[in-house]
Write a protein that binds this ligand. Structure first.
Ligand code: AGP
Length: 622
């Protein structure tokens, strides 16, 4: 969703703002703009389209040198992506105030009616401009900008991160957040604001998260945080572990290609410090849940959206198999509104790369109101979800810039495996039924080998790259899998949908005969995730039967199979092999060829793999 940058300090503000907006491009947007306060007063430039359009506008109409400013990339909610609807929005008849906003002001219509009745003229269709005029009018009344600002934000319903500057107060940027992301970058004689740390990480790694219903009064040498009610808030700094290069392409053709290649590191870093060489798991992050809490868990509900939900589907198999705790996976937006049964013994596990997905935030807030404890698995430090949960397992995939999630997914799956092994061990210690300790240790040691196996997969992708290019004109691709291969099939279909804009559908292979097999016709491409033939309870024979059924009807089969599985080669046009491993851990490996297939097919169609149409990296509105 929208990108937000604020700055006050000695640097050239325009460079800081445009650099920050560039690094926030991945959030998805369709217009951009900046406001600065220079010696000649408030100056604003804004344009529909990509950042280049804004840069051209500024080249043609230069801004004066300035040391304070705000910048915004907008993903249209109220009003089409036009120059007029782009942020910043100016407030008041003298247009001395500039405002940017991320989120939705749900009561903007009634507030707009109030302003129209007072004779206010509007230049846009946006809800954000309403806030700009309200703050300007309130400032005329109170003469004190922070007071005026907080008086207005307290009246706003919905979700917002708002930044304001005013020509008459040229040394301060004001910010407020409610149900939307905002972080402060702490500099030396300068300070920053951003919708996430990528906005300022090239300048400082010192950051402060801003909490719900708080305002920030930011000066070059002073940071003041207050609640909407005026109480001072003690800032809590954290160190950003990302660096600027991590949030840049580093020579790769796309962020997505880079992030696929980052996956061995993402898995290794997520395991680091949590999985000992003897296979034992330590999750100090969930010390907030006592052994008694863990013993009393009678159900786990995992809530997430999109790719993150498929990570939950994989975790379900592992948690139920090892810890013997019932797990249900719920799409956040469905769970929130179906009046679910939640008790104090329900553990909610919320999985989110951004930690700002409003659907998932609303689901976890609802669950907490019902008395449940919430454990987050999140990739973004200081994100709203992390701060609102009882405990957090951070994945350490680094900044994921491409809209299509890849390394965050394998890191989420890895965190799910760690959680499963940890819960099993804790349940054993509490006298509950679970996989025995010796087997858990062996599984832990197997998990330690996964980063190297991911590297091995990445080295054997030439055939699947070629297939992606060859199938650029495919109109439909089906994906089949069983057990932990089923969520992988679903994820493979999602990748193809969001990157190549073609029909793609994932099925449980066992479901074929209950309807989907009617889709099979001559030449229909079907990608099948084949389980290991080595597991005694493997579903390998059944999946081979499924392949035979669809080939008998003309399907062209691409199998993703385990190294050494010779049998599958008799039944598939192409076999992409991945290293042998415990079948339950295979999802981390089998998903990678599907990521690359979608990337290559999308590239062959000349599409923007990093910022697919209609999509945003983080959906911060319901
Ligand atoms: C995945 O490729 C998509 N970008 C999307 O499904 C994403 O996983 C979903 O919106 C959840 O985002 P989150 O992990 O930040 O909550």
């Amino acid at each position: 969703m929208c990108g937000i940058v604020g700055y006050v300090g000695p640097k050239s503000t325009l460079e800081v703002l445009l650099g920050g907006l560039k690094r926030l491009e991945y959030r998805g947007y369709d217009s951009a703009g900046v406001s600065v306060i220079s010696g000649t007063g408030l100056e604003t430039r804004k344009k529909a389209g990509k950042l280049d359009n804004l840069v051209n506008e500024i080249t043609n109409h230069p801004l004066s040198e300035a040391h304070i400013g705000i910048g915004h990339t907008r993903w249209a909610t109220h009003g089409a992506p036009t120059d007029g609807n782009a942020h910043p929005h100016l407030g008041g008849p003298t247009a001395k105030l500039s405002l940017i906003h991320n989120g939705i002001i749900e009561n903007f219509s009634e507030l707009k009616a109030e302003l129209l009745a007072a004779g206010t003229k509007f230049a846009s269709e946006t809800d954000s401009e309403v806030a700009a005029h309200l703050v300007a009018a309130e400032f005329e009344k109170t003469g004190d900008l922070p007071t005026a600002f907080v008086n207005v934000v307290k009246r706003l319903h919905g979700a917002f991160t708002i930044l304001v500057i005013h020509e008459d107060q040229p040394d301060v940027v004001l910010a407020a957040r409610r149900n939307a992301p905002l972080v402060i970058g702490v500099g030396d004689g300068e300070n920053f604001l951003g919708s996430d740390v990528a906005a300022f990480v090239e300048h400082t790694k010192r950051a402060i998260s801003v909490g719900q219903d708080e305002i920030v009064i930011l000066r070059a040498n002073e940071i003041e945080i207050r609640t909407f009610e005026g109480a001072p808030v003690a800032p809590v700094e954290f160190e950003v572990s990302w660096d600027a290069s991590a949030a840049s392409k580093g020579g790769w053709s796309s962020f997505m290609a880079k992030e696929i290649a980052d996956q061995p590191q993402a898995v290794a870093d997520t395991l680091m410090g949590r999985l000992e060489s003897d296979g034992s798991v330590r999750l100090s992050e969930i010390d907030g849940l006592s052994t008694e809490d863990i013993k009393n868990i009678d159900r786990i509900v995992m809530v997430a959206c999109g790719t993150a939900a498929y990570a939950c589907d994989v975790a379900k198999y592992a948690i139920e198999k090892f810890a013997r705790i019932p797990v249900q996976v719920e799409l956040s937006h469905e769970f929130r509104y179906r009046d679910p049964i939640i008790t104090k013994n329900t553990l909610i596990v919320a999985v989110s790369q951004s930690g700002e997905t409003m659907d998932t935030l609303m689901a976890t807030r609802y669950a907490k109101e019902q008395g449940a404890k919430v454990l987050a698995i999140c990739n973004t430090q200081g994100a709203t979800l992390a701060r609102e949960s009882d405990a957090v397992i951070y994945t350490h995939a680094g900044p994921e810039v491409a809209v299509a999630s890849t390394k965050a997914l394998v890191a989420q799956i890895t965190a799910g495996y760690l959680l499963a092994l940890f819960l099993a061990s804790e349940r054993l210690a509490a006298g509950c039924d679970a996989t025995d300790e010796a087997t858990l240790r062996k599984l832990g040691q197997e998990l330690l080998k996964m980063p190297a196996r991911v590297t091995n997969v990445l080295e054997g992708l030439n055939e699947v790259r070629a297939l992606g290019k060859e199938m650029a004109n495919a109109k439909s691709v089906l994906f089949l899998g069983r057990n932990v291969g089923f969520p992988v099939a679903m994820e493979g279909a999602l990748k193809l949908k969001e990157l190549a804009y073609i029909h793609a559908e994932g099925f449980a292979a066992g479901e074929l005969k209950h309807g989907p097999i009617a889709l099979i016709e001559e030449g229909q491409p079907v990608i099948v995730i084949v389980p290991s033939p080595r597991d005694h309870d493997s579903l390998h024979p059944k999946v081979i039967s499924n392949i035979q059924e669809i080939r008998a009807r003309g399907a062209k089969v691409i199998a993703i199979a385990e190294a050494g599985d010779k049998e599958v080669a008799n039944f598939a046009e192409h076999v992409i092999y991945v290293p042998q491993c415990e079948n339950i851990f295979s999802s981390i490996l089998t998903v990678i060829p599907l990521q690359v297939f979608a990337l290559e097919l999308s590239g062959a169609k000349g599409l923007d793999v990093d910022q697919p149409r209609n999509l945003a990296k983080s959906v911060t509105v319901e």
